[in-house]
Structures are given as C-alpha cells and as structure tokens.
Ligand binder design. Structure first.
Ligand SMILES: Nc1nc2c(c(=O)[nH]1)N=C([C@H](O)[C@H](O)COP(=O)(O)OP(=O)(O)OP(=O)(O)O)CN2
Ligand SMILES: [Zn+2]
Length: 125
C-alpha cells in the first residue's frame, strides 16, 4: 500500500480586468488570457485498481467549471468579481472539493511566466 498524487491539466480562454489595482495599472484594463489550470488529487493507490483515482474523474469534475469559465468575462462569474489568479484558484478549489475530496493542489497560470499554487486552508472569502 502506498500513496501518490495524480494531476490533470486543463485550459480555457477568458477575459478579465482587475478592479482593485492602482490607477494606470495595465491589469485594470479589459484583457484576456489563455488560462492553464492543473488540479492534483492525493490518495492511496488501490490494491485492485492500481490507481489513486480515475483520471477521468478529474476530467468530469472539471467539465462544469469549463462551462462557467471558458470564453467568459470572469468579473461577471459569481464569486469572481476580483478575478486574480489567487482568487480563481480558491474559487476552483471550492467548486471541486465536494466532487474530489482528495484534492491537494490547484495551480493557475494566466501567462507562460506566472503561476500561483493553492493547497487549501487559510481563511478567505
Ligand atoms: N499576484 C498576482 N499578480 C498579478 C495578477 C494576479 O492574478 N496575481 N494578475 C495580473 C494581470 O492579470 C496580468 O494580465 C498579468 O500580468 P503579467 O504577469 O505582468 O503578464 P505579462 O504577460 O503582461 O507580463 P510581461 O511583463 O509582459 O511578461 C498582474 N499581476
Ligand atoms: Zn490578466
């Protein structure tokens, strides 16, 4: 018996602006990103199954979120009025945790060079 982590990556396209940045900050203007999201699930590798969880479960859990995020204006999505990558990662975590109780990490990349990683916990909105 041993534990492992599985991960799956997803992409979606969306527009946003950041309402709370200082005046003149480029991110205050409407713009878009090709977002990349990675979700990880940790658990015991089943003796019979040989896996932590079916990769397909991660895909199924993500599907309704893709519907709510892809080609959307994120500021209009309920709970994402200030859609920083950090807030988006927490939002994704909160949406997935019931479906994926082993969720261990959500990563969000809005550009090739920037990434945020959320592992749950803390107090947040
Ligand atoms: N900690 C965070 N910082 C920034 C966020 C964020 O969500 N969390 N978001 C932004 C903007 O969304 C911006 O679009 C991305 O900015 P940046 O990483 O600077 O992207 P660029 O590709 O424009 O950067 P280059 O300098 O051109 O490579 C800003 N900060
Ligand atoms: Zn942006």
């Amino acid at each position: 018996m041993y534990t492992a982590e599985i991960a799956r990556e997803f992409t979606f396209e969306a527009a946003h602006h950041l309402p709370n940045v200082p005046e003149g900050h480029k991110c205050g203007r409407l713009h878009g990103h090709s977002y990349r999201v990675a979700i990880r699930v940790a658990g015991t590798v089943g003796e019979e199954t040989g896996w932590v969880q079916d990769f397909g479960d991660l895909k199924s859990a993500w599907a309704p979120l893709d519907e709510r995020l892809d080609h959307r204006y994120l500021n209009e999505v309920d709970g994402l009025d200030n859609p920083t990558s950090e807030h988006l990662a927490v939002w994704i975590w909160n949406e997935l945790i019931a479906e994926l109780p082993g969720l261990s990490e959500v990563r969000v990349k809005e550009t090739c060079t920037s990434e945020i990683r959320y592992v749950g916990g803390g107090s947040h909105v």
